[in-house]
Design a protein around this ligand. Structure first.
Ligand code: PGA
Length: 229
């Protein structure tokens, strides 16, 4: 399975160096681990670890003070980048058009996008979430060659960092639609942890997990991996 570790805006330089040292002792079994640290730490990641960026700019290289381009990130050796993470859309007010531009930047610079897609609690309760997620995905992928390499991460927005996880049946409705429609690897993300992985790993049509909070604590992550194997 793929296990992606989204550090978000955490860790100082000393803390990430300690993390990387301790990470060497992690038993990852045969899982494909993808480390996603703050972008400034990408040059610290050893070559034997596959890594991703948490985000890329929607702009090409040029006069955009403060932006970090997909081309720059690719040149640092990243393989993947997250796109459309709900913390970009809900907390930084980026809309689907911005995410689409970022997706295009990723593709044109040979970064494999991990496209995050999710529903709000309201949409979930209304029961319209599968259609809404398909609509957003279709919008993001319009005019894009579907044979391109990408991964999809289903992340219910209300599950991220909250401890609330939808039922396996509800998750499966989305992962099955995503698999049958786009024929790509599908991850689940949103409060997945060492206490619910026994249950979550029963979800059908799932190829791995995108982990936030638990990725910061290697002892919990080890427990998660022990149960996932
Ligand atoms: P969480 O975050 O595991 O802390 O809920 C997941 C994510 O934001 O990708």
């Amino acid at each position: 399975m793929k296990v992606a570790l989204n550090h978000k805006s955490n860790f100082t330089k000393d803390e990430i160096l300690k993390y990387l040292e301790d990470y060497k002792s992690l038993n990852t079994y045969n899982h494909e681990m993808i480390l996603i640290p703050s972008v400034c730490y990408l040059p610290l990641i050893p070559d034997n670890i596959t890594y991703a960026s948490e985000d890329v700019s929607s702009k090409t290289m040029g006069a955009y003070t403060g932006e970090v381009t997909a081309k720059a990130i690719k040149s640092l050796g990243a393989t993947y980048t997250l796109i459309n993470h709900s913390e970009r859309t809900t907390k930084m007010n980026e809309n689907l058009d911005v995410s689409k531009q970022k997706l295009e930047q990723a593709f044109s610079n040979d970064l494999i996008p991990i496209i995050c897609i999710g529903d709000t609690l309201e949409e979930h309760k209304r029961g319209t979430y599968v259609e809404k997620i398909k609509k957003d995905m279709d919008y993001l992928l319009s005019d894009i060659d579907k044979s391109k390499d990408f991964i999809i991460a289903y992340e219910p927005i209300f599950a991220i960092g909250t401890g609330i996880v939808p039922t396996n049946d509800d998750i499966e409705k989305v992962t099955t639609m995503l698999k049958e429609t786009y024929h790509k690897k599908v991850l689940y993300g949103g409060s997945a942890n060492e206490n619910n992985i026994d249950e979550l790993k029963q979800v059908k049509n799932i190829d791995g997990f995108l982990l936030g909070g638990i990725s910061l604590k290697l002892s919990s992550l080890q427990e998660f991996l022990d149960k996932l194997q």
